[in-house]
Design a protein around this ligand. Structure first.
Ligand SMILES: Cc1ncc(C[n+]2csc(CCOP(=O)(O)OP(=O)(O)O)c2C)c(N)n1
Ligand SMILES: [Mg+2]
Length: 540
């Protein structure tokens, strides 16, 4: 029998969390959760604090997504937890194994009107995989283990636990929870064989790989499947960079012809949502490969939908030994479209315009980013351009807000990324509108010595809303921000540094200074407010 663990609720919770590889918490202070701080303080468990609970949950989400283990946010009772709900919802949409531990008003006088007394569980239940109140101190390790197992079990997602004040402050001696065991979902071999035969028999197959391929440790298996069956691969979310940019089957720019002309589209580890035209491809039969049966698309017809461990499914596809149609001509045609798209992009990224167009910022950024840099997008049009022009060289290095599209992830994601990779470049691409949600957390980054580079694409507007509103009504309201605002001065006032850039030739040197500075550094680039990201649907 393993040694008993002993201590207050905070000690017991951390003992269980450590067993799952959790080494830090993101938090904003509140007396209800002091025992968690006490346990961390005594034992060298990391404590990173922020200026808004939303940033704590986003930081935990970044840790979860980048490290593929649970990320922890500790939020105080009531407003602490409610401020974290957009973060929880993002983690839910992004299948990120985040645990939020909330304080909770005392159970023994529940209903009498204690400070910050509210039942959080019904508020967070719809956006978590598991949400519960721990009612006894001795139950804490097992409850934490249960929540983390739920979070880590595909399809992954956040979990929530709150602990009433007296339960967290009391002490107990209990057996530690059993070793972590995350169930593996075995795919149906007939589904895998059916999908392999369909792809092999197709003339114009395409694979689209998303975040769950990264989360499920299936990057190598994806590559093996693509190579074995000779299928062009497009990516989104954390799947970006799954095949290195120079790989003969890696594509990004030829997406439109690929999806319009494909006869079989295989979507792996990402939902058939608006980012993929809801899976309505004109000429294609559809295969949806998902990490759990619950993720199978219900709104479009698929030929087959293998569900389960993605590495096993993709390895199964790679092992296909039957005949295969020749895809060489298809791949060649897409390569020509890809090269043409790249040439167009290169021109835009080099353009010397006044005022600056966002494309040029990315042209300059690409020159200074290392292959393993983590880039983070938080904004509207400015981030759509980042998605188009930045080409992650490795998987697991690109953080976007995902299909929930919540503005304000920037500083939280940056904190989680910096904590994960103390020595890599961490670069946040922010719209000036988005900056308003989390810029105060530059203070947290400065104080805790977590340098990151923040590039603000400052067009003085909520661009992704202003342009569509103009197109729709011929006027716009509630879409303007102060033009030319000195967001770099905000960063400087908070203890960081920064500068404003007005001319395209000055972007590169400013970025060099930013990455060399060793402090949170904001490069405030004034961009053309007339520039609108070209999109087929302008509602987002
Ligand atoms: C929390 C939240 N509020 C509002 C929106 C709606 N929204 C989406 S993009 C956008 C504009 C973003 O403006 P900015 O960050 O300046 O980027 P730009 O489009 O100007 O490049 C807004 C308001 C959202 N997605 N999330
Ligand atoms: Mg803007």
């Amino acid at each position: 029998m393993a040694d008993l663990i002993e201590g207050h609720g905070g000690d017991l919770a951390l003992a269980a969390l450590r067993a799952y590889g959790v080494t830090e918490m993101f938090t904003l202070s509140g007396g209800h959760v002091f025992p968690l701080y006490d346990a961390a303080h005594k034992s060298g468990f990391g404590i990173y604090d922020v200026r808004h609970e939303q940033s704590a949950v986003f930081a935990a989400e970044a840790v979860a997504k980048l490290q593929r283990r649970p990320g922890l946010a500790v939020l105080t009772a009531g407003p602490g937890v409610t401020n974290g709900i957009s973060g929880l919802t993002s983690a839910f949409f992004n299948a990120a194994p985040v645990l939020v531990m909330g304080g909770r008003a005392p159970a023994f006088r529940w209903g009498a009107g204690s400070l910050q007394e509210i039942d959080h569980v019904p508020l967070v239940a719809p956006v978590t995989k598991h949400a519960a109140t721990v009612t006894a101190t001795a139950a804490i390790p097992a409850e934490v283990a249960r929540a983390l197992t739920a979070a880590l079990t595909p399809h992954r997602g956040p979990a929530f636990l709150d602990v009433p004040l007296e339960v967290l402050f009391s002490s107990e001696e209990v057996a530690p929870p059993a070793d972590p065991a995350v169930p593996v979902i075995e795919p149906d071999p007939d589904d895998v064989a059916g999908a392999a035969a369909l792809i092999a028999g197709a003339d114009r197959p395409v694979i689209i790989a998303g975040s769950d391929v990264w989360a499920g440790g299936a990057i190598d298996a994806l590559r093996a499947a693509a190579e074995a069956l000779q299928v062009p691969v497009f990516t989104n979310g954390m799947g970006r960079g799954a095949l290195p940019p120079g790989h003969p089957l890696a594509f990004a720019k030829a997406r439109r012809p690929a999806l319009n002309e494909a006869d079989v589209v295989v979507v792996v580890g990402t939902p058939l949502d608006f980012r993929l035209g809801f899976g309505e491809f004109p000429a294609a039969r559809l295969v949806h490969v998902v990490d759990a049966p619950s993720q199978r698309a219900g709104h479009v017809e698929t030929v087959v939908s293998p569900a389960g461990d993605l590495a096993r499914i993709l390895s199964g596809l790679a092992a296909y030994s039957g005949d295969r149609a020749d895809h060489a001509e298809w791949i060649e045609g897409l390569r020509a479209a890809e090269d043409a798209g790249k040439a167009r992009d290169a021109e835009a990224m080099a353009a010397q315009t006044d005022p600056i167009k966002p494309a040029r910022i990315y042209g300059e950024l690409r020159k200074v980013l290392a292959a393993d840099a983590v880039t983070i997008g938080d904004g509207g049009d400015f981030v759509s351009y980042a998605g188009r022009y930045l080409e992650p060289a490795q998987p697991g290095t690109w953080l976007d807000p995902g299909p929930y599209g919540c503005l304000g992830t920037g500083m939280g994601y940056a904190m989680g990324a910096r904590v994960t990779y103390p020595d890599r470049q961490i670069c946040v691409l922010m719209g000036d509108g988005a900056a308003g949600f989390s810029l105060m957390d530059v203070e947290s980054l400065v104080r805790q010595r977590l340098p990151v580079v923040i590039v603000v694409g400052n067009n003085g507007i909520w661009g992704l809303e202003k342009h569509p509103m103009q197109a729709m009504y011929g006027y716009d309201v509630a879409a303007d921000l102060q033009p030319g605002l000195r967001y770099d001065d905000v960063a400087t006032a908070l203890g960081g540094a920064g500068e404003t850039v007005r001319k395209s030739a000055d972007i590169g040197p400013a970025l060099e200074r930013a990455f060399a500075s060793g402090v949170p550094y904001l490069v405030n680039v004034l961009t053309d407010p007339a520039d609108a990201y070209p999109r087929s649907s302008n509602l987002a």
